[in-house]
Design a protein around this ligand. Structure first.
Ligand code: ADP
Ligand code: MG
Ligand code: ZN
Length: 475
Protein backbone atom coordinates (compact mmCIF):
# COMPACT_ATOMS: atom_id res chain seq x y z
CA UNK A 1 0.00 0.00 0.00
CA UNK A 2 1.27 3.48 -0.85
CA UNK A 3 0.61 6.38 1.48
CA UNK A 4 0.21 10.06 0.88
CA UNK A 5 1.57 12.49 3.44
CA UNK A 6 -0.41 15.59 4.45
CA UNK A 7 1.32 18.41 6.30
CA UNK A 8 0.22 21.84 7.54
CA UNK A 9 2.57 24.21 9.36
CA UNK A 10 1.94 26.80 12.03
CA UNK A 11 4.85 29.25 11.99
CA UNK A 12 5.49 31.80 14.71
CA UNK A 13 7.57 34.81 13.76
CA UNK A 14 8.81 37.43 16.21
CA UNK A 15 8.34 40.86 14.72
CA UNK A 16 11.29 43.26 14.52
CA UNK A 17 9.51 46.15 16.22
CA UNK A 18 11.59 48.20 18.69
CA UNK A 19 8.95 47.91 21.40
CA UNK A 20 6.47 45.31 22.62
CA UNK A 21 2.97 44.87 21.24
CA UNK A 22 0.97 46.39 24.12
CA UNK A 23 3.53 48.50 26.05
CA UNK A 24 6.65 50.57 25.40
CA UNK A 25 9.22 48.05 26.72
CA UNK A 26 12.18 47.19 24.52
CA UNK A 27 12.20 43.93 22.55
CA UNK A 28 16.01 43.70 22.47
CA UNK A 29 17.31 40.11 22.71
CA UNK A 30 19.81 38.99 25.34
CA UNK A 31 19.45 41.61 28.11
CA UNK A 32 19.57 40.75 31.82
CA UNK A 33 16.50 38.84 33.09
CA UNK A 34 13.40 40.96 33.76
CA UNK A 35 15.11 44.25 32.85
CA UNK A 36 12.69 44.93 29.99
CA UNK A 37 9.39 44.76 31.81
CA UNK A 38 6.67 47.11 33.10
CA UNK A 39 3.31 46.78 34.89
CA UNK A 40 1.56 46.06 31.57
CA UNK A 41 3.73 43.17 30.39
CA UNK A 42 4.07 41.59 33.82
CA UNK A 43 0.28 41.61 34.09
CA UNK A 44 -0.39 43.85 37.10
CA UNK A 45 -4.08 44.32 37.92
CA UNK A 46 -5.77 47.39 36.53
CA UNK A 47 -3.36 48.14 33.69
CA UNK A 48 -4.51 48.58 30.10
CA UNK A 49 -2.80 47.45 26.89
CA UNK A 50 -2.09 49.99 24.13
CA UNK A 51 -1.71 48.46 20.66
CA UNK A 52 1.58 49.08 18.81
CA UNK A 53 0.68 50.33 15.32
CA UNK A 54 4.05 49.20 13.94
CA UNK A 55 3.10 45.59 14.67
CA UNK A 56 -0.09 46.05 12.66
CA UNK A 57 1.87 47.56 9.78
CA UNK A 58 4.31 44.62 9.84
CA UNK A 59 1.58 41.99 9.78
CA UNK A 60 -0.27 43.80 6.98
CA UNK A 61 2.99 43.97 4.99
CA UNK A 62 3.39 40.23 5.50
CA UNK A 63 -0.22 39.47 4.58
CA UNK A 64 0.04 41.47 1.37
CA UNK A 65 3.35 39.80 0.50
CA UNK A 66 1.73 36.40 0.99
CA UNK A 67 -1.27 37.28 -1.20
CA UNK A 68 -3.76 37.45 1.69
CA UNK A 69 -6.95 39.46 2.03
CA UNK A 70 -6.55 42.08 4.76
CA UNK A 71 -9.62 41.96 6.99
CA UNK A 72 -11.75 45.07 7.11
CA UNK A 73 -12.62 44.10 10.70
CA UNK A 74 -10.26 42.28 13.02
CA UNK A 75 -10.25 41.62 16.78
CA UNK A 76 -8.01 40.44 19.56
CA UNK A 77 -9.13 37.53 21.74
CA UNK A 78 -8.04 36.15 25.10
CA UNK A 79 -6.62 32.66 25.12
CA UNK A 80 -6.79 31.44 28.70
CA UNK A 81 -4.32 29.02 30.25
CA UNK A 82 -2.09 28.81 33.28
CA UNK A 83 1.68 28.70 33.06
CA UNK A 84 4.40 30.53 35.03
CA UNK A 85 5.71 32.35 31.95
CA UNK A 86 2.28 33.88 31.33
CA UNK A 87 1.70 36.36 34.18
CA UNK A 88 -1.81 37.50 33.17
CA UNK A 89 -3.17 33.94 32.98
CA UNK A 90 -4.18 34.60 29.38
CA UNK A 91 -2.45 35.42 26.14
CA UNK A 92 -3.80 38.17 23.94
CA UNK A 93 -4.15 36.56 20.53
CA UNK A 94 -6.64 36.51 17.66
CA UNK A 95 -9.28 33.86 17.11
CA UNK A 96 -12.43 34.50 15.10
CA UNK A 97 -11.24 37.60 13.29
CA UNK A 98 -7.60 37.30 12.22
CA UNK A 99 -6.04 40.25 10.42
CA UNK A 100 -5.09 38.27 7.26
CA UNK A 101 -6.75 35.32 5.47
CA UNK A 102 -6.82 33.33 2.21
CA UNK A 103 -3.25 33.77 0.97
CA UNK A 104 -0.65 31.60 -0.70
CA UNK A 105 3.08 31.40 -1.42
CA UNK A 106 5.11 29.44 -3.97
CA UNK A 107 7.89 26.94 -3.45
CA UNK A 108 10.23 25.36 -6.01
CA UNK A 109 11.10 21.66 -5.95
CA UNK A 110 12.86 19.78 -8.75
CA UNK A 111 12.57 22.89 -10.91
CA UNK A 112 8.77 22.84 -10.51
CA UNK A 113 6.65 25.48 -8.80
CA UNK A 114 4.08 24.47 -6.15
CA UNK A 115 1.55 26.76 -4.52
CA UNK A 116 0.89 26.38 -0.77
CA UNK A 117 -2.19 28.03 0.72
CA UNK A 118 -2.00 30.34 3.74
CA UNK A 119 -5.15 29.92 5.84
CA UNK A 120 -4.56 32.90 8.10
CA UNK A 121 -2.01 35.17 9.70
CA UNK A 122 -2.83 36.52 13.09
CA UNK A 123 -1.12 38.64 15.74
CA UNK A 124 -0.42 37.69 19.33
CA UNK A 125 1.92 38.43 22.22
CA UNK A 126 4.82 36.14 23.05
CA UNK A 127 5.11 34.53 26.50
CA UNK A 128 8.12 34.75 28.83
CA UNK A 129 10.74 32.07 29.36
CA UNK A 130 11.11 29.54 32.13
CA UNK A 131 14.72 28.69 32.86
CA UNK A 132 15.45 25.37 34.52
CA UNK A 133 19.17 25.65 35.10
CA UNK A 134 21.61 27.05 37.64
CA UNK A 135 22.13 26.20 41.30
CA UNK A 136 19.61 24.45 43.51
CA UNK A 137 16.14 23.11 42.89
CA UNK A 138 14.83 26.34 41.43
CA UNK A 139 13.30 27.37 38.17
CA UNK A 140 13.52 30.96 37.05
CA UNK A 141 11.12 33.10 35.06
CA UNK A 142 12.37 35.78 32.67
CA UNK A 143 9.61 38.06 31.42
CA UNK A 144 11.68 40.08 28.93
CA UNK A 145 10.05 38.20 26.05
CA UNK A 146 6.53 38.62 27.46
CA UNK A 147 4.60 40.86 25.08
CA UNK A 148 7.04 40.71 22.16
CA UNK A 149 4.83 40.86 19.04
CA UNK A 150 4.37 37.61 17.15
CA UNK A 151 2.68 36.68 13.91
CA UNK A 152 1.31 33.20 13.53
CA UNK A 153 1.24 32.08 9.91
CA UNK A 154 -1.00 29.03 9.44
CA UNK A 155 -0.78 27.03 6.22
CA UNK A 156 -3.44 24.95 4.53
CA UNK A 157 -2.77 21.18 4.67
CA UNK A 158 -1.22 21.52 1.19
CA UNK A 159 2.30 20.27 1.92
CA UNK A 160 3.03 16.71 0.73
CA UNK A 161 6.55 15.84 1.94
CA UNK A 162 9.14 16.78 4.58
CA UNK A 163 11.24 18.32 1.82
CA UNK A 164 8.36 20.55 0.77
CA UNK A 165 7.83 21.54 4.41
CA UNK A 166 11.43 22.63 4.67
CA UNK A 167 11.20 24.57 1.37
CA UNK A 168 8.02 26.20 2.63
CA UNK A 169 9.77 27.28 5.85
CA UNK A 170 12.68 28.65 3.85
CA UNK A 171 10.34 30.64 1.64
CA UNK A 172 8.46 32.03 4.65
CA UNK A 173 11.79 33.05 6.16
CA UNK A 174 12.95 34.63 2.89
CA UNK A 175 9.77 36.70 2.57
CA UNK A 176 9.91 37.85 6.20
CA UNK A 177 13.53 38.90 5.78
CA UNK A 178 12.88 40.69 2.47
CA UNK A 179 10.15 42.64 4.26
CA UNK A 180 12.35 43.37 7.27
CA UNK A 181 9.58 42.25 9.65
CA UNK A 182 11.44 39.30 11.28
CA UNK A 183 15.11 38.29 11.36
CA UNK A 184 14.21 34.63 10.77
CA UNK A 185 16.70 33.29 13.31
CA UNK A 186 15.46 29.79 14.18
CA UNK A 187 18.31 29.09 16.61
CA UNK A 188 17.44 32.13 18.75
CA UNK A 189 13.75 31.29 18.48
CA UNK A 190 12.60 34.33 16.51
CA UNK A 191 11.17 31.91 13.93
CA UNK A 192 9.47 28.76 15.26
CA UNK A 193 7.41 26.03 13.71
CA UNK A 194 4.80 23.48 14.76
CA UNK A 195 4.13 20.79 12.17
CA UNK A 196 0.78 19.01 11.77
CA UNK A 197 1.09 15.75 9.93
CA UNK A 198 -1.10 12.83 8.89
CA UNK A 199 -0.96 9.99 6.38
CA UNK A 200 -3.67 8.44 4.19
CA UNK A 201 -3.73 5.60 1.68
CA UNK A 202 -3.11 6.99 -1.80
CA UNK A 203 -6.39 7.78 -3.53
CA UNK A 204 -8.36 8.32 -0.29
CA UNK A 205 -10.17 11.66 -0.10
CA UNK A 206 -10.52 12.21 3.64
CA UNK A 207 -7.48 13.23 5.63
CA UNK A 208 -6.06 10.88 8.24
CA UNK A 209 -5.90 11.82 11.92
CA UNK A 210 -3.10 14.26 12.54
CA UNK A 211 -0.44 14.68 15.18
CA UNK A 212 1.04 18.08 15.93
CA UNK A 213 4.82 18.10 16.41
CA UNK A 214 6.24 20.96 18.47
CA UNK A 215 9.73 22.13 19.39
CA UNK A 216 11.24 22.19 15.90
CA UNK A 217 14.01 24.79 15.83
CA UNK A 218 15.97 24.34 12.60
CA UNK A 219 15.30 23.62 8.92
CA UNK A 220 17.10 20.32 9.24
CA UNK A 221 14.85 19.32 12.13
CA UNK A 222 11.71 20.23 10.16
CA UNK A 223 12.63 17.44 7.74
CA UNK A 224 13.96 15.03 10.33
CA UNK A 225 11.02 15.35 12.73
CA UNK A 226 8.51 14.91 9.91
CA UNK A 227 10.35 11.93 8.42
CA UNK A 228 10.33 10.22 11.80
CA UNK A 229 6.69 11.04 12.47
CA UNK A 230 5.55 9.82 9.03
CA UNK A 231 7.35 6.49 9.48
CA UNK A 232 5.80 6.11 12.92
CA UNK A 233 2.29 6.77 11.64
CA UNK A 234 2.61 4.45 8.62
CA UNK A 235 3.89 1.69 10.86
CA UNK A 236 0.91 2.10 13.17
CA UNK A 237 -1.55 2.08 10.29
CA UNK A 238 0.04 -1.04 8.82
CA UNK A 239 -0.17 -2.77 12.20
CA UNK A 240 -3.86 -1.95 12.34
CA UNK A 241 -3.40 0.58 15.19
CA UNK A 242 -5.22 3.89 15.14
CA UNK A 243 -3.46 7.24 15.07
CA UNK A 244 -4.29 9.30 18.13
CA UNK A 245 -4.85 13.02 17.68
CA UNK A 246 -2.22 14.44 19.99
CA UNK A 247 0.57 16.92 20.50
CA UNK A 248 4.06 15.44 20.26
CA UNK A 249 7.45 16.91 21.05
CA UNK A 250 10.46 16.58 18.76
CA UNK A 251 13.40 15.26 20.78
CA UNK A 252 16.41 16.25 18.68
CA UNK A 253 18.91 14.41 20.87
CA UNK A 254 17.12 11.09 20.34
CA UNK A 255 15.81 11.89 16.86
CA UNK A 256 12.25 10.90 17.79
CA UNK A 257 8.87 12.51 18.49
CA UNK A 258 7.34 11.83 21.90
CA UNK A 259 3.76 12.13 23.06
CA UNK A 260 3.10 15.27 25.11
CA UNK A 261 -0.67 15.37 25.45
CA UNK A 262 -3.66 13.80 23.76
CA UNK A 263 -6.78 15.55 22.50
CA UNK A 264 -8.60 14.67 25.75
CA UNK A 265 -5.93 16.44 27.75
CA UNK A 266 -5.89 19.38 25.35
CA UNK A 267 -6.51 22.78 26.88
CA UNK A 268 -9.87 24.39 26.62
CA UNK A 269 -8.63 27.92 26.06
CA UNK A 270 -12.05 29.54 26.64
CA UNK A 271 -11.38 32.09 23.92
CA UNK A 272 -13.38 35.30 24.18
CA UNK A 273 -13.05 38.78 22.63
CA UNK A 274 -10.47 40.95 24.40
CA UNK A 275 -12.53 43.67 26.11
CA UNK A 276 -9.58 46.03 26.69
CA UNK A 277 -8.73 46.51 23.01
CA UNK A 278 -10.92 48.06 20.33
CA UNK A 279 -11.56 46.21 17.07
CA UNK A 280 -9.06 46.93 14.30
CA UNK A 281 -10.53 48.57 11.23
CA UNK A 282 -7.53 49.40 9.06
CA UNK A 283 -7.78 52.38 6.76
CA UNK A 284 -7.89 51.20 3.10
CA UNK A 285 -5.70 54.08 1.93
CA UNK A 286 -3.08 53.06 4.47
CA UNK A 287 -3.18 49.46 3.25
CA UNK A 288 -2.70 50.67 -0.34
CA UNK A 289 0.22 52.80 0.81
CA UNK A 290 1.83 49.77 2.48
CA UNK A 291 1.20 47.73 -0.67
CA UNK A 292 2.93 50.23 -2.89
CA UNK A 293 5.95 50.30 -0.57
CA UNK A 294 6.58 46.53 -0.77
CA UNK A 295 9.95 45.51 -2.22
CA UNK A 296 10.19 43.09 -5.14
CA UNK A 297 9.54 39.75 -3.39
CA UNK A 298 11.37 36.42 -3.79
CA UNK A 299 8.80 34.83 -6.12
CA UNK A 300 8.62 37.85 -8.44
CA UNK A 301 12.39 38.16 -8.44
CA UNK A 302 12.76 34.45 -9.18
CA UNK A 303 10.37 34.72 -12.15
CA UNK A 304 12.29 37.74 -13.44
CA UNK A 305 15.63 35.93 -13.09
CA UNK A 306 14.21 33.02 -15.09
CA UNK A 307 12.70 35.10 -17.90
CA UNK A 308 15.26 37.89 -17.93
CA UNK A 309 18.50 35.95 -17.48
CA UNK A 310 17.46 32.53 -18.79
CA UNK A 311 18.31 30.82 -15.50
CA UNK A 312 16.79 27.47 -14.43
CA UNK A 313 14.12 27.78 -11.69
CA UNK A 314 16.47 26.02 -9.31
CA UNK A 315 19.25 28.59 -9.73
CA UNK A 316 16.83 31.50 -9.57
CA UNK A 317 15.27 30.13 -6.39
CA UNK A 318 18.63 29.82 -4.63
CA UNK A 319 19.79 33.26 -5.73
CA UNK A 320 16.62 34.97 -4.55
CA UNK A 321 16.57 33.32 -1.11
CA UNK A 322 18.25 36.44 0.29
CA UNK A 323 17.70 39.93 -1.04
CA UNK A 324 21.38 40.79 -0.71
CA UNK A 325 22.45 37.62 -2.53
CA UNK A 326 20.13 38.47 -5.42
CA UNK A 327 21.59 41.99 -5.42
CA UNK A 328 25.13 40.60 -5.55
CA UNK A 329 24.18 38.43 -8.52
CA UNK A 330 22.63 41.35 -10.39
CA UNK A 331 25.70 43.51 -9.79
CA UNK A 332 28.00 40.80 -11.18
CA UNK A 333 25.78 40.42 -14.25
CA UNK A 334 25.61 44.21 -14.57
CA UNK A 335 29.42 44.26 -14.64
CA UNK A 336 29.39 41.96 -17.67
CA UNK A 337 29.25 38.47 -16.14
CA UNK A 338 27.33 35.83 -18.11
CA UNK A 339 24.29 35.05 -15.87
CA UNK A 340 24.54 31.25 -15.72
CA UNK A 341 28.29 31.40 -15.13
CA UNK A 342 27.80 33.96 -12.35
CA UNK A 343 25.10 31.77 -10.82
CA UNK A 344 27.35 28.71 -10.90
CA UNK A 345 30.17 30.54 -9.15
CA UNK A 346 27.82 31.98 -6.51
CA UNK A 347 26.06 28.70 -5.78
CA UNK A 348 29.32 26.76 -5.92
CA UNK A 349 32.60 28.30 -4.81
CA UNK A 350 31.19 31.44 -3.21
CA UNK A 351 28.63 29.66 -1.01
CA UNK A 352 31.30 27.21 0.01
CA UNK A 353 33.75 29.95 0.97
CA UNK A 354 31.07 31.95 2.81
CA UNK A 355 30.09 28.81 4.66
CA UNK A 356 33.64 27.80 5.54
CA UNK A 357 34.45 31.28 6.85
CA UNK A 358 31.07 31.70 8.54
CA UNK A 359 30.32 34.90 6.60
CA UNK A 360 27.14 36.28 5.14
CA UNK A 361 26.95 37.76 1.66
CA UNK A 362 26.62 41.27 3.17
CA UNK A 363 30.15 41.02 4.56
CA UNK A 364 31.55 39.26 1.48
CA UNK A 365 35.07 40.56 0.81
CA UNK A 366 34.83 39.58 -2.87
CA UNK A 367 33.22 42.26 -5.06
CA UNK A 368 30.67 41.24 -7.74
CA UNK A 369 32.60 43.12 -10.44
CA UNK A 370 35.71 41.13 -9.56
CA UNK A 371 33.86 37.91 -10.41
CA UNK A 372 32.72 39.44 -13.72
CA UNK A 373 36.32 40.43 -14.53
CA UNK A 374 37.57 36.96 -13.68
CA UNK A 375 34.98 35.38 -16.00
CA UNK A 376 36.31 37.60 -18.81
CA UNK A 377 39.83 36.29 -18.14
CA UNK A 378 38.52 32.74 -18.52
CA UNK A 379 36.63 33.60 -21.70
CA UNK A 380 39.59 35.25 -23.42
CA UNK A 381 41.94 32.42 -22.47
CA UNK A 382 44.08 34.37 -20.02
CA UNK A 383 43.46 31.81 -17.27
CA UNK A 384 42.16 28.26 -17.31
CA UNK A 385 38.95 27.22 -15.57
CA UNK A 386 41.02 25.25 -13.11
CA UNK A 387 43.30 28.15 -12.21
CA UNK A 388 40.18 30.32 -11.87
CA UNK A 389 39.32 28.45 -8.67
CA UNK A 390 42.65 29.46 -7.17
CA UNK A 391 42.16 33.04 -8.34
CA UNK A 392 38.63 33.12 -6.95
CA UNK A 393 39.72 31.93 -3.53
CA UNK A 394 42.54 34.48 -3.52
CA UNK A 395 40.11 37.26 -4.50
CA UNK A 396 37.90 36.18 -1.61
CA UNK A 397 40.72 36.19 0.92
CA UNK A 398 42.53 39.34 -0.22
CA UNK A 399 39.75 41.42 -1.78
CA UNK A 400 42.09 42.05 -4.75
CA UNK A 401 40.90 41.83 -8.36
CA UNK A 402 41.60 38.88 -10.65
CA UNK A 403 44.13 40.56 -12.93
CA UNK A 404 46.33 41.67 -10.04
CA UNK A 405 46.30 38.17 -8.58
CA UNK A 406 47.09 36.53 -11.92
CA UNK A 407 50.07 38.90 -12.35
CA UNK A 408 51.33 38.58 -8.78
CA UNK A 409 51.12 34.80 -8.71
CA UNK A 410 52.18 34.14 -12.28
CA UNK A 411 48.98 32.25 -13.11
CA UNK A 412 48.69 33.22 -16.76
CA UNK A 413 47.48 30.39 -18.94
CA UNK A 414 50.13 29.04 -21.27
CA UNK A 415 48.73 29.33 -24.78
CA UNK A 416 52.11 29.40 -26.49
CA UNK A 417 52.07 26.21 -28.52
CA UNK A 418 55.81 25.65 -28.45
CA UNK A 419 55.94 25.85 -24.65
CA UNK A 420 53.17 23.28 -24.30
CA UNK A 421 54.75 21.14 -27.01
CA UNK A 422 57.96 21.02 -25.01
CA UNK A 423 56.09 19.72 -21.94
CA UNK A 424 54.18 17.20 -24.05
CA UNK A 425 57.38 15.86 -25.62
CA UNK A 426 58.96 15.44 -22.17
CA UNK A 427 56.00 13.51 -20.81
CA UNK A 428 55.82 11.26 -23.87
CA UNK A 429 59.55 10.55 -23.66
CA UNK A 430 59.27 9.69 -19.97
CA UNK A 431 56.31 7.30 -20.28
CA UNK A 432 57.04 4.84 -23.10
CA UNK A 433 54.85 2.12 -21.52
CA UNK A 434 51.76 4.31 -21.36
CA UNK A 435 52.40 5.51 -24.91
CA UNK A 436 52.50 1.92 -26.10
CA UNK A 437 49.32 1.01 -24.27
CA UNK A 438 47.57 4.09 -25.64
CA UNK A 439 48.59 3.17 -29.17
CA UNK A 440 47.37 -0.37 -28.56
CA UNK A 441 43.87 1.06 -28.01
CA UNK A 442 43.72 2.07 -24.33
CA UNK A 443 42.28 5.47 -25.17
CA UNK A 444 41.31 6.44 -21.65
CA UNK A 445 45.02 6.97 -20.97
CA UNK A 446 44.65 10.34 -22.70
CA UNK A 447 43.46 11.64 -19.33
CA UNK A 448 46.68 10.43 -17.75
CA UNK A 449 48.78 12.42 -20.25
CA UNK A 450 46.63 15.54 -19.79
CA UNK A 451 47.08 15.20 -16.03
CA UNK A 452 50.85 14.83 -16.30
CA UNK A 453 51.26 17.88 -18.53
CA UNK A 454 48.95 19.91 -16.28
CA UNK A 455 51.06 18.88 -13.30
CA UNK A 456 54.23 19.91 -15.10
CA UNK A 457 52.75 23.28 -16.06
CA UNK A 458 51.06 23.81 -12.66
CA UNK A 459 47.63 23.65 -14.30
CA UNK A 460 48.37 26.53 -16.63
CA UNK A 461 48.43 24.81 -20.01
CA UNK A 462 45.59 25.84 -22.30
CA UNK A 463 43.47 22.65 -22.28
CA UNK A 464 42.32 23.00 -25.88
CA UNK A 465 45.83 23.34 -27.31
CA UNK A 466 47.10 20.62 -25.00
CA UNK A 467 44.45 18.15 -26.14
CA UNK A 468 45.13 18.81 -29.81
CA UNK A 469 48.87 18.42 -29.35
CA UNK A 470 48.54 15.21 -27.38
CA UNK A 471 46.24 13.64 -29.94
CA UNK A 472 48.57 14.62 -32.76
CA UNK A 473 51.68 13.27 -31.06
CA UNK A 474 50.23 10.06 -29.66
CA UNK A 475 48.60 8.78 -32.82
P1 ADP B 1 -5.19 23.86 15.85
O1 ADP B 1 -5.31 25.32 16.06
O2 ADP B 1 -5.96 23.02 16.79
O3 ADP B 1 -3.76 23.40 15.81
P2 ADP B 1 -6.03 24.20 13.07
O4 ADP B 1 -7.31 23.78 12.46
O5 ADP B 1 -5.74 25.62 13.20
O6 ADP B 1 -5.86 23.46 14.46
O7 ADP B 1 -4.91 23.51 12.16
C1 ADP B 1 -3.58 23.68 12.39
C2 ADP B 1 -2.79 23.17 11.20
O8 ADP B 1 -3.05 21.81 10.96
C3 ADP B 1 -3.03 23.88 9.89
O9 ADP B 1 -1.77 24.25 9.36
C4 ADP B 1 -3.70 22.83 9.02
O10 ADP B 1 -3.31 22.99 7.68
C5 ADP B 1 -3.16 21.56 9.58
N1 ADP B 1 -4.02 20.37 9.42
C6 ADP B 1 -5.33 20.28 9.62
N2 ADP B 1 -5.76 19.02 9.39
C7 ADP B 1 -4.68 18.28 9.05
C8 ADP B 1 -4.46 16.90 8.73
N3 ADP B 1 -5.45 16.01 8.73
N4 ADP B 1 -3.20 16.51 8.44
C9 ADP B 1 -2.19 17.39 8.45
N5 ADP B 1 -2.33 18.68 8.77
C10 ADP B 1 -3.56 19.14 9.06
MG1 MG C 1 -2.02 24.06 16.52
ZN1 ZN D 1 6.20 46.31 29.30
Amino acid sequence: MKYEVVIGLEVHAQMLTDTKIFCGCSTKFGSGPNTQTCPVCIGMPGVLPVFNKKALEFVIRTGLAMNCDISAYSRFARKNYFYPDLPKGYQISQYEHPICEHGHIEIVLDDKIRRIGITRIHMEEDAGKNIHEGAGNYSFVDLNRTGVPLMEIVSEPDIRSPEEASEYMKKIRAILRYLGVCDGNMEEGSLRCDANVSVRPEGQNEFGTRAEVKNINSFRFVEKALEYEIKRQIKRVENGDTIIQETRLWNSAKGVTESMRSKEEAHDYRYFPEPDLAPIIPDRAWIDEIKSSLPELPDAKRARFVSGFGLPEYDADLLTSERSLAGWFEEAVGAGGQPKAVSNWINGELSRLLNDTNQTIDACPLRPEHLADMLKLIDNGTISGKIAKTVFKEMYVSGKDAETIVKEKGLLQISDESAIEKAVDDIIANHPNEVERFRAGEEKLLGFFVGQVMKATKGKANPKILNELLKKKLT
